[in-house]
Design a protein around this ligand. Sequence first.
Ligand code: PYR
Length: 369
Amino acid sequence: TKKEVKVYDAPTKIQDIEVLNTYQLEKLASDIVPKGGFDYISGGSGDEFTLQRNQTAWQTKGVLPRVLADVEHPDPSTSILGHDIRAPFIMAPIAAHGLAHETKEAGTAKGVAEFGTIMSISAYSGAKFEEIEEGLNGGPRWFQIYMSKDDELNKNIIDEAKADGATAIILTADATLSGNREKDIANKFVYPFGMPIVSRYLTGSGANMSLNNIYAQSKQKITREDVKFLKDYSDLPVLVKGIQSADDALLAIGAGADGIWVSNHGGRQLDGAPGSFETLEGISKVVAGRVPIIFDSGVRRGEHIFKALASGADIVALGRPVLYGLALGGWKGVRSVLEYFDEDLKRVMQLAGTQTIEDIKQAQLFDMK
Ligand code: PYR
């Protein structure tokens, strides 16, 4: 008897896409991405309260129109940790882009590089560094780590990321086990392909494994020592991702973190957490400009980028909308989504009377509560 081979039928089209808004992309992607993969990408944990709150949180602050501010052709370019980028957003680390498109992370990387910003490479990437490089083509990249319990293997992974040209390490600290992802449980979701970067510490390749199985084999106890270890060993800036409290921001800075990454993991981890944007201002106050702040979770429009920057973020990271672009149009779809955010932000900058990113950071938001 023939062995049944389960294939995962990822989208394959490479095309520019029209972006009316990013909510529409989610709907369009749901029609072409296999259900298990789509639910994994789009889903949150528990009641998806936090997932939704990431959206409604934006309503707590308003952007004041400024009409006599002498602004024309606003300039969204900025720099972060030594990289000049054309807009204040980068690609967030996301696992397994192959769920969205057959070109996997190489497709995302090409779109990100063609647009002109920074790619975050996930430790749970489905593509190898050299495959991603085919798309990235020398573009800037940061490496996100899910650590092994074995520091020798962590050294190994960092060596590989550094050899690949990573200029910063992102330590994801908020995912020591999976949030209660009921859609994944109902779908019996397992990754259809392996994870070459971390397979050195897994019992298998990553293929046919659940996220919780993989997390259980990764380091589950994260402390300040891990921040110090990564910094000392890599000699690169270390950004601690998943910060939602002022206390953790202070602990991270005390341990030597070079950046605070405010995120609730896109509402995929602790359900019941506030919207990520609601935590930003308080964290920014205690960070007090000592290190840059990267913000993610819920950024869907130019207004959101504006509000995050005006509340203390230096840049934002984009996740799901970019993956929907990847699904709908491969690297060109990714570029289309990033161009959309760029255009939308420039429109908001003009209407809010802000010529530069510095001007946005100085802008006072209106309290809507
Ligand atoms: C996630 O599924 O949220 C991971 O970070 C792997």
